[in-house]
Unconditional design. Structure first.
Lengths: 254, 303
């Protein structure tokens, strides 16, 4: 397969894998502004799928629409075979989707522990919640020492850990991550990405939005390139990494 | 000296009432960034629920004499129920439809609700006061040369009890934590699986319960309930909430006591006619020099 500027490859996926999340021809935005103009994408069970694109391409808008913060103007969203469009955000969490928003959005005046408890808001199984709290503390040891501290006092990296840990507290089957590497040192980005791989191996499907396309395409199996609210390319991560267009525009190579 | 102690006790008494009402303003402001100007009327409606409950016991039983603790508890309970029901209705009918309207709209709607409730009660009572049956034991305790009536002690104690209860609810319960989460970031709270609309209603409920219960205790203290009784305490409590820093729970408590004590001392220093003036002088001073209040968070200027 050639992967130069103009081609858009559609990947025939293993027939056995079922579509986890399906976004079909979705239009969404803010007021008069259409930030995404008819997007179709799918995430299969167990995958990591990367969604890359320039500033303002509509990546965050796509995630906000899937998690219900925005209502799609048209199109269909299904998760595990059930319609998701026009479902309230808190009910989408109950269906098994957690969204780590851009910029972490930690509750700065809640303690780290309270932030994690809010992540498990809908759950009633006290034992399971305590177990998961422990699991998050094992994944992110730096959070364990800071359980009683206010969220706002954490460093940027710690806040990102808390944001991911908090989302895991809901035991999601699909995790939406919006730029987890933003503002972090290279070492920390490395740590966070390794954690993302671990979370995925433990059975959580992931849709990953990233400006850091090179990192994202290293851990993803497939990827989509978003340009001005439409899908410009769709291919396996390896193909995208090899494509001239992606290398020039998103990997900063010449 | 005794006089100053007496004034301090008066200040704490009234301050506790202001603080309890102020908490309702501050909680609702926290989640909606809106001043519920009808909040003082919940206090008034609570006082009416209490007076009618006690009058009912008076007319049909001898429980007010035999078991006043029961009837007083029932009166407070009814004050809470009535205020809570009204708060849920007002949120649903007058505020929720305006959630996405310009910020002035719900404010005007709140003033409308306030005028409506006051006039309903004016009509219902023919503009007369409803007198609280004499259920509370008369008498006072003497500390040195200072005497404090039982009813005053009761009001001081109850307001502290209500505040501690609310504080624990907000700080220690899951629902309270959700209220704080919604106050900080509504969208992210929704992403946690928190039902934001329900949490906003629960915030109104918490504030209303406090206002209704305080209304009953205050009514027993002054001996009656009247349609206009929510207005001045409502505005004073709003002032207290702003003094303390609107949106801040400890701020509302601090502001309430600060205002109560300021008023008490003003009465002594400048005369009783300046008592109401001091609240507004303080309000203006705070708005000019420290608009975020004693304990509030500095916020970006909003349109
Ligand atoms: N709250 C909003 N109101 C109005 N327009 C918005 C809002 N949020 C985003 N937009 C617009 O929608 C478009 C897509 O924004 P979006 O946040 O989805 O981009 P993005 O791909 O996530 O970009 P970035 O990489 O900078 O995060 C942009 O043109 C942006 O200006
Ligand atoms: Mg974005």
């Amino acid at each position: 397969m050639t992967a130069n500027g103009s081609d858009v490859s559609v990947i025939p996926h293993a027939a056995a894998s079922s579509a986890h999340l399906e976004v079909e021809d979705v239009v969404s935005g803010y007021g008069q502004i259409m930030a995404i103009k008819g997007i179709t994408l799918r995430v299969d069970t167990g995958e990591i799928v990367a969604l890359i694109g320039a500033n303002g391409a509509g990546k965050s808008t796509t995630l906000r629409t899937v998690s219900g913060l925005l209502r799609p103007r048209s199109g269909r969203i299904t998760f595990e075979g059930q319609k998701l469009d026009s479902v309230a955000p808190h009910k989408i969490v109950a269906r098994g989707i957690s969204h780590v928003p851009e910029g972490r959005a930690i509750f700065s005046q809640l303690s780290v522990r309270e932030n994690l408890e809010m992540g498990a808001f809908q759950r009633k199984d006290k034992g399971g919640i305590a177990e998961d709290m422990e699991r998050v503390a094992v994944i992110f040891p730096r959070l364990r020492e800071r359980m009683k501290q206010d969220g706002g006092t954490l460093s940027g990296g710690e806040q990102q850990m808390l944001a991911i840990g908090r989302a895991l507290m809901a035991r999601p089957r699909l995790l939406l991550l919006d730029e987890p590497s933003m503002g972090l040192s290279p070492v920390l980005v490395e740590t966070i990405f390794n954690t993302i791989i671990d979370i995925n191996r433990a059975g959580t499907t992931i849709l990953l939005v990233e400006q850091n396309a090179s990192m994202a395409l290293q851990i993803a199996s497939r990827g989509y390139v978003l340009e001005s609210g439409t899908i410009a390319m769709e291919a396996t991560a390896a193909e995208l990494r090899a494509s001239d267009r992606v290398r020039k525009t998103y990997l900063g190579e010449s | 000296m005794e006089q100053w102690i007496q004034l301090t006790i008066d200040g704490i008494t009234l301050g506790g009432v202001y603080a309890c009402i102020a908490l309702g303003y501050t909680l609702v402001y926290g989640v909606l960034r809106m001043i519920n100007f009808a909040h003082g009327e919940l206090f008034m409606m609570g006082a009416f629920a209490g007076v009618y409950t006690l009058q009912g016991f008076q007319d049909h039983t001898s429980l007010n004499e035999d078991l006043p603790s029961l009837t007083i508890t029932a009166a407070i309970f009814m004050g809470i129920v009535v205020a809570v029901v009204l708060a849920v209705l007002m949120e649903r009918i007058a505020y929720r439809p305006l959630r996405h309207a310009p910020r002035l709209a719900p404010l005007i709607s709140a003033i409308g609700v306030s005028i409506f409730l006051r006039n309903v009660m004016l009509r219902y009572t023919n503009a007369r006061r409803e007198v609280y049956p004499d259920v509370f034991p008369d008498g006072s305790i003497e500390i040195g040369d200072v005497s404090v009536s039982y009813i005053k002690l009761f009001l001081i104690g109850m307001s502290i009890l209500f505040m501690v209860g609310l504080y624990l609810f907000i700080q220690r319960t899951k629902t309270g934590t959700a209220i704080r989460a919604v106050a900080e970031d509504r969208d992210t709270a929704a992403l946690m699986g928190i039902d934001v609309d329900r949490t906003i209603v629960l915030t109104f409920v918490a504030g209303a319960a406090l206002a209704g219960a305080t209304g009953v205790c205050y009514g027993m203290y002054v001996g009656n309930a009247a349609a206009g009784m929510g207005f001045i305490p409502g505005i004073k409590a709003f002032t207290a909430a702003v003094l303390g820093g609107i949106g801040s729970v400890p701020g509302a408590m601090l502001g309430g006591y600060f205002l109560g004590l300021s008023e008490a001392y003003t009465t002594k220093l400048f005369g009783a006619q300046y008592k109401d003036v001091v609240a507004f002088v303080l309000l203006v001073a705070v708005l000019i020099f420290r608009p975020w209040g004693f304990l509030g968070k500095r916020e970006d200027r909003r349109a």
